[in-house]
Design a protein around this ligand. Structure first.
Ligand code: BDR
Ligand code: CA
Length: 309
């Protein structure tokens, strides 16, 4: 059983990460903290509420940082649409945000926990970075940081950089230099888990609310992924973090040194992963280099099926 805080910016794939974390007996989901990323903070926070309400989860949702630490804010409306979660009608939002700030929630939850906590980030790493800066003592009670972000091959926002990292590279820098176990699910592996039409059809056969949400969201997601990248199935990035916590054998990890580029212009936000250990530096990260695609979709299907109607 892993105690986790899920920090995210929903976001179509974030929504599925919440779905997966919310119903699995291996995961004790302590809170969903929200950051600006795919859309503005107001929208991503609303989206987190929508997902939690739709799935009937009993978990606090807490709003965090409205923008990155240093750089100018960027969003990904080309992929996630005007609301940040276009494609599914969630109805009126009736549940409320917990009155706290995500950075304080992260600090207090970690400091007060008897057991170590894993922080999963599926968006820009601003909230966690701010928490680490504000209260470095939390490091003693963090088991692992598991992030979706980065790439040791090529990016999806620039040739060098992936969205979650480039959207707040300074925050990623803080997290990667914190001296904590950090496991990175980058585009190198998440691009292999594409929601092809047969995946949508497979999940559509499950008739419950979770499947309905999955199918509607993925249809929109696939449409924009086709327009922007030309793929028939968008990469379902974020849930790989949670899938790894449910079953670590879903990915193959390799220890390597990773440094976040916060200095250059063309390559700002690149995760420089020293795959071949050229530099002989401390291997500060575990980087996913392969994924068992069949196992992944089985985990997702099981997650969807675990919801009652
Ligand atoms: C990441 O960027 C966001 O658009 C997705 O939600 C995912 O977290 C992929 O680069
Ligand atoms: Ca995300």
């Amino acid at each position: 059983m892993r105690n986790i805080i899920l920090d995210c910016d929903p976001g179509h794939d974030d929504a599925i990460a919440i779905l997966l974390a919310g119903s699995n007996p291996e995961i004790n989901l302590l809170g969903v903290t929200v950051v600006a990323g795919n859309q503005t903070l107001e929208k991503t926070a609303n989206n987190a509420l929508k997902v939690v309400q739709w799935l009937g989860l009993d978990v606090p949702v807490i709003k965090g940082c409205p923008g990155p630490m240093v750089r100018k804010q960027m969003i990904a409306d080309d992929i996630h649409g005007e609301t940040g979660l276009d494609g599914h009608d969630f109805g009126e939002i009736k549940i409320k945000l917990q009155e706290d700030h995500a950075v304080n929630f992260i600090i207090d939850t970690i400091l007060n926990s008897k057991e170590k906590i894993t922080v999963v980030t599926c968006g820009p790493m601003t909230n966690l970075a701010m928490a680490l800066r504000l209260q470095p003592k939390i490091k003693e009670n963090i088991e692992e940081i598991v992030l979706m972000g980065g790439a040791y091959t090529f990016g999806n926002v620039s040739p060098a950089a992936e969205f979650n990292i480039i959207a707040d590279a300074e925050a990623a820098y803080v997290c990667f230099t914190a001296g904590l176990p950090i496991t990175m699910m980058g585009l190198d592996v998440t691009r292999k888990v594409q929601v092809l039409p047969e995946v949508v059809e497979r999940m559509d056969k499950i008739s419950n609310k979770a499947a309905e949400m999955f199918v509607n969201l993925m249809k929109f997601f696939n449409k924009s992924q086709k327009e922007v990248f030309g793929w028939d199935g968008g990469p379902l990035h974020d849930p790989l973090t949670v899938a790894y916590l449910i079953d670590p054998s879903v990915v193959t990890l390799k220890k390597m040194n990773t440094r976040i580029d916060i200095r250059s212009t063309d390559s700002y936000g690149r995760t420089n992963c020293d795959y071949f250990d050229y530099l002989g530096l401390e291997k500060n990260s575990n980087v996913a280099i392969d994924v068992d695609v069949k196992k992944y979709w089985d985990i997702i299907e099981k997650g969807i099926r675990s919801y009652n109607d």
